[in-house]
Write a protein that binds this ligand. Structure first.
Ligand code: FEO
Length: 403
C-alpha cells in the first residue's frame, strides 16, 4: 500500500495511528452525518504497544500509519479497551501479523473478544486498578463496565498523562484535524452531544459515577484519547463538564414535537402545537420524521423537558416511522420528560393512544389525553392543538427543575 497514511504525534512517544471513515452514514442505526474515525494509538515504550485497532476494512490504513513510525512486527503488546467490531475488527489479523507477547483486555473483554473473534491467542485479562509495565512506561487500567459495553475499559499512561478512553468522550466526526483545538467548538459540542445521546444516554447514572472515580483517581490529564473523533488536549475540563451535564439530563424549556404524517393533517396538528409551545414561552423543535432521523431526535431529547409525539393511523397502527423512533428512544431511556400524543385518522384512530401507552412505559409523565382528529383538522381542532402546546409550555415554566 502507498505510504500516504502517516501517524500523527500526540507526544514524542505516543502517536495516533487510526483510520478516517469519510463516508459512513449509518452506525447501527445512528446516522453519522459527518462520518467517523476509528482511533488507535501507538505507544513507543520499551515494549511497543498498540491501543485498540480499527474497523476491518481499514486495516491497511492502520498498518501504513504504524509503519510510518515503526515496523508493525515490533509491536509487543496490544491493548483492547473495547471489543466492539469498529475497534477489534482487525485485531485477529494484527495478532497474526505482529505475534505480540501479550494481548490484554478487561475480564469481560477477554471473554467477549473470544466470542467475537474465536482467537487461538490467549487474551490476558487485567483487573480494575491493575498496572502493566511497558519497561520505561506503565499502563493503568480502569474498568468502565456498561459504558457502553460490559467489556469497556480505560487505559491511563501516567508518564505522558494520556487517558485512552475508548468510546467515551468520542464523537462520530471524520476530519483531517486530530485535536480538539483544531476544530470548530460548535461542531465538537453538537457531535459530542449527539454521540452521548445516541450511545451513552441509557447509562447516564454510570457516567456520573465514572466521572467521580476519574476525579478522585489522582490521574492528571494532558490528553484524553478516545476511539472516535478528535483527541482532547485543550478543553479537557470542558468535555468532562459536558459529560457531567448530559448525564444529569436536566430539562430545559425545550419541547420536541415529533411526528409522522400521511396527508399532512398530523403535520398541521404538529405545527399548531409548536406554535402554542413557542407562544407559551417554550423552545419548540418541530421534527417531521420524513426529514429528521431518529438520532436527530435523540440529540434534541438530551436537554428537552417534553416530548410530544404524533402519528397518523395506518391499518390500526401508528406509522412505521413513528414506531421506529419510539423503539429507539425507549432503548435510550431518557429521563425528566413530560409527554403527550396526537394524530389524525380516517376511521379507527389507534395511533395516539398507542403512543401514549409507550410514553407511559418509558416513564414519561403524560399530562394530557391524546388529541385525535378525524381526517383534516378544522379550526377548533387546531385550536385544541395550540392549547396543548401552550399548556405544556406553562408546565415547563412551572417545573422547578427547568433551567
Ligand atoms: Fe466505537 Fe462501542 O464502539
Amino acid at each position: 500500500m502507498a505510504d500516504v497514511y502517516k501517524a500523527v504525534k500526540l507526544t514524542d512517544r505516543v502517536y495516533w495511528v487510526g483510520a478516517i471513515d469519510w463516508t459512513i452514514r449509518d452506525f447501527h442505526g445512528y446516522t453519522t452525518h459527518r462520518g467517523s474515525t476509528y482511533n488507535a494509538y501507538l505507544i513507543m515504550a520499551d515494549k511497543i504497544t498498540l491501543v485498540d485497532t480499527v474497523k476491518a476494512p481499514f486495516k491497511e490504513e492502520l498498518l501504513s500509519r504504524i509503519a510510518s513510525v515503526v515496523n508493525p512486527k515490533d509491536i509487543q503488546v496490544i491493548v483492547s479497551n473495547h471489543s466492539e467490531m469498529d475497534h477489534s475488527g482487525c485485531l485477529a489479523d494484527m495478532i497474526k501479523l505482529v505475534e505480540p507477547e501479550k494481548v490484554v483486555a478487561s475480564t469481560m473483554g477477554a471473554k467477549t473478544l473470544q466470542d467475537i473473534l474465536h482467537l487461538d491467542q490467549e487474551i490476558i485479562a487485567v483487573k480494575d486498578g491493575e498496572q502493566l509495565s511497558l519497561g520505561n512506561m506503565n499502563l493503568r487500567f480502569m474498568e468502565t463496565r456498561m459504558l457502553h459495553w460490559p467489556d469497556s475499559m480505560f487505559s491511563y499512561l501516567p508518564e505522558e498523562e494520556i487517558l485512552f478512553s475508548h468510546d467515551a468522550f468520542g464523537m462520530h466526526l471524520a476530519s483531517a484535524e486530530r485535536f480538539d483545538d483544531e476544530i470548530d467548538p460548535a461542531i465538537l459540542q453538537y457531535e459530542g452531544a449527539t454521540y452521548f445521546a445516541n450511545i451513552l444516554l441509557p447509562y447516564s447514572p454510570l457516567v456520573t459515577r465514572l466521572l467521580g472515580r476519574v476525579g478522585s483517581s489522582g490521574m492528571t490529564l494532558k490528553y484524553i484519547a478516545p476511539d472516535h473523533g478528535p483527541v482532547w488536549r485543550k478543553d479537557i475540563g470542558g468535555i468532562i463538564g459536558k459529560y457531567g451535564e448530559w448525564a444529569v439530563q436536566r430539562p430545559t424549556r425545550k419541547a420536541v414535537v415529533v411526528y409522522g404524517t400521511m396527508w399532512h393533517s398530523t403535520e398541521h396538528m404538529a405545527r399548531a402545537i409548536s406554535e402554542g409551545l413557542a407562544n407559551g414561552g417554550a423552545i419548540a423543535r418541530c421534527m417531521s420524521l420524513d426529514v429528521f432521523h431518529r438520532s436527530d431526535v435523540a440529540y434534541e431529547i438530551l436537554d428537552a423537558g417534553a416530548l410530544v409525539m404524533g402519528s397518523s393511523t395506518l391499518n390500526n397502527n401508528m406509522l412505521p416511522q413513528a414506531a421506529d423512533v419510539l423503539t429507539y428512544l425507549k432503548g435510550l431511556r431518557p429521563v425528566n420528560l413530560m409527554g403527550a400524543s396526537f394524530g389524525s385518522y380516517g376511521w379507527s384512530g389507534e395511533a395516539p393512544g398507542q403512543i401514549t401507552d409507550i410514553l407511559k412505559e418509558m416513564k414519561i409523565e403524560v399530562t394530557a389525553e391524546p388529541i385525535k382528529v378525524q381526517h383534516v383538522p378544522r379550526e377548533n381542532d387546531l385550536a385544541r392543538c395550540y392549547a396543548l402546546g401552550e399548556d405544556i409550555a406553562l408546565q415547563l415554566r412551572r417545573n422547578k427543575e427547568v433551567a
